[in-house]
Design a protein around this ligand. Structure first.
Ligand SMILES: Cc1cc2nc3c(=O)[nH]c(=O)nc-3n(C[C@H](O)[C@H](O)[C@H](O)COP(=O)(O)OP(=O)(O)OC[C@H]3O[C@@H](n4cnc5c(N)ncnc54)[C@H](O)[C@@H]3O)c2cc1C
Length: 523
């Protein structure tokens, strides 16, 4: 295969588009093949009832890489915001708690808890910033010949992506007290940490949510504090929903010369000798490629599109053990008017509303998931984006979007029967805080993890393409042997959420992968 053949990107999710834009800007010929009839993957805006549009998967932006926004000039390609800096409003039995990320703005919280909250979030932000700095780096290679002397010699030669020196320097910059605290808390259940620092049950419940959302973890699970560090950012609503982000990325990629084709599902990779040399579409068309970059999840990429026969047995075993069963569902409601949320002032209803009233509630909601059952009283993260972005719904009407946790992919009774019961349970919980909500509902759509798998072609319907835990993080993501974007077979690269730094609408995996494909960094 010659280098004049295009780079083919399988999947037009946000990471595939970011990768395409960077490669095209560097002068590569790029073809993006997206199976769905629109680009965006799990970051799209769709109509779910006549006149009602919603962000179908991701609904809040909190981690988009500012380097990607700047490099790809997303603002001039259509990215705008309906609202930035959303507060979190925790719904409970009494007065709602309002948090703005650094302070308690409203709620019956003692002075001691307000101070402890300030310290907790400040430290969480410092740790979160440390992780955020790693997002734009290719995970270090920990191989033979690793030594501290070599590590700093390489740093001096500016070969920083070959080794963990930058990460270690970041750690040292944290200072002794924070490093000790990070080591102590990094694998801790968020439950213990919050219980140790705070007294207010509602405050603890609200903070615990960040440690479990999108994950198959409860507050008492190890690593739930680590998970919370991934969300230490400010929440924003893109104008027009998440589809505006991926729409702007597609414009940027096309402006740089990328050819983006929708409704083009890839059936398999074409392997010639010991290399991936192109792709074969479901239509039968074959496209030769100088490199194939997969935005699909790791199991789809290796087990379905490549085929286990091209993999080393140990690598295939690791992939099979990559934990990738989703545990969150998504509910969309078309509302004929805005319902009252008890105790929530009108100017706060458009914030990020959560139902996680205390630690016990969240842990109890998780318990059934361990036994392949959904929660009868789920934890919720709710947005009503039409309050800031009226174009999403007909005049005077609204859309409500809620992440519903916990809903295990492998529900014992199956989702055919489970779907209606979970929808009812979710509406029951919503009605505790917005008693008239049922009368306001014109149409509802519940996407279970099985629906998410089908809609977005994500094996297991997991929003990170796989659990984001320490054993599946950085040089271990998705599995050793493919953690630096290059696959263990020539000509194939990964660029999706199953790679470092994981899921969430960031674009970092796409940008990092492009650097490896371009040879700026060894994969
Ligand atoms: C319910 C839910 C809620 C979420 N909430 C948030 C949130 O609020 N904020 C946030 O930041 N993140 C959120 N996320 C996570 C976020 O949406 C994902 O992590 C992110 O979109 C992953 O992007 P990606 O480009 O890596 O992969 P994807 O978006 O999964 O894109 C992969 C693309 O590859 C395509 N593809 C797969 N196989 C093939 C094939 N054979 N041929 C051609 N194309 C193929 C797919 O169709 C898809 O378009 C949420 C996710 C879900 C599901």
């Amino acid at each position: 295969m010659t280098d004049t053949a295009p780079v083919v990107i399988v999947g037009g999710g946000h990471n595939g588009l970011v990768c395409a834009a960077y490669l095209a800007r560097a002068g590569r010929r790029v073809i993006v093949l997206e199976a769905a009839d629109q680009v965006g993957g799990a970051a799209v805006t769709r109509e779910f009832a006549p006149g009602f549009r919603v962000s179908s998967g991701a609904h809040l932006l909190y981690a988009l890489d500012p380097v990607v926004v700047r490099d790809l000039k997303l603002a001039s390609h259509g990215l705008g915001f309906a609202r930035s800096g959303l507060c979190t409003v925790s719904l409970g039995a009494g007065e709602p708690l309002v948090l703005n990320g650094t302070e308690v703005l409203a709620g019956e919280v003692s002075a001691a808890d307000r101070a402890a909250f300030g310290e907790y979030v400040a430290r969480q932000r410092r740790f979160g910033a440390l992780l955020a700095r790693q997002r734009g780096r290719i995970p270090a290679r920990l191989g033979a010949g690793f030594s501290v002397v070599r590590l700093f010699a390489l740093r001096a030669n500016n070969r920083t992506t070959e080794n963990p020196a930058p990460m270690l320097l970041d750690l040292l910059r944290l200072g002794r007290a924070d490093v000790r605290e990070l080591l102590r808390t990094g694998t801790m259940p968020i439950f213990d940490l919050l219980d140790d620092r705070l007294a207010n049950p509602q405050l603890k419940g609200a903070l615990a949510l960040d440690g479990v959302l999108g994950a198959k973890l409860g507050p008492r699970s190890g690593q739930s504090f680590f998970t919370s560090l991934q969300r230490a950012g400010a929440y924003a609503l893109p104008r027009g929903g998440m589809g505006t982000v991926t729409g702007a990325l597609a414009v940027a990629a096309r402006a740089a010369g990328a050819d983006i084709r929708v409704s083009s599902p890839v059936a398999r990779f074409a392997v010639r000798g010991d290399r991936v040399a192109g792709v074969v579409l479901e239509s039968g068309e074959e496209i030769a490629a100088s490199a194939v970059v997969s935005n699909a999840d790791p199991k789809t990429t290796f087990l379905q599109l490549l085929g286990a026969r091209h993999l080393d047995a140990e690598f295939a075993r690791r992939l099979l053990n990559f934990r990738s069963l989703g545990c969150a569902a998504k509910l969309h409601l078309a509302l004929d008017a805005l319902p009252d949320f008890r105790g929530v002032p009108a100017d706060r209803v458009g914030e990020r509303l959560i139902v996680a009233p205390d630690l016990a509630y969240v842990e109890s909601a998780f318990n059934p998931a361990k036994y392949r059952e959904f929660s009868p009283a789920p934890v919720l993260e709710i947005t009503i984006p039409s309050l800031h972005d009226p174009g999403l719904a007909p005049r005077g009407k609204h859309v409500l979007s809620a992440v519903v946790q916990y809903a295990p992919y492998d529900l014992a009774a199956g989702w055919e029967s489970g779907r209606h019961a979970l929808e009812k349970a979710t509406l029951d919980v919503l009605a505790r805080y917005a008693p008239a909500i049922r009368e306001r509902v014109i149409a509802a759509q519940l996407l279970t993890p099985v629906d998410l798998e089908r809609e977005f072609r994500i094996t297991g319907g997991h929003w990170h393409h796989g659990e984001l835990a320490l054993d599946q993080y950085m040089m271990l993501r998705p599995v050793p042997g493919a953690a630096r974007y290059a696959a263990p077979i020539g000509g194939l690269f990964l660029c999706g959420a199953g790679s470092h730094p994981g899921g969430g609408v960031m674009g970092s995996a796409g940008r990092n992968a492009a650097r490896v494909v371009l040879g700026e960094v060894r994969g």
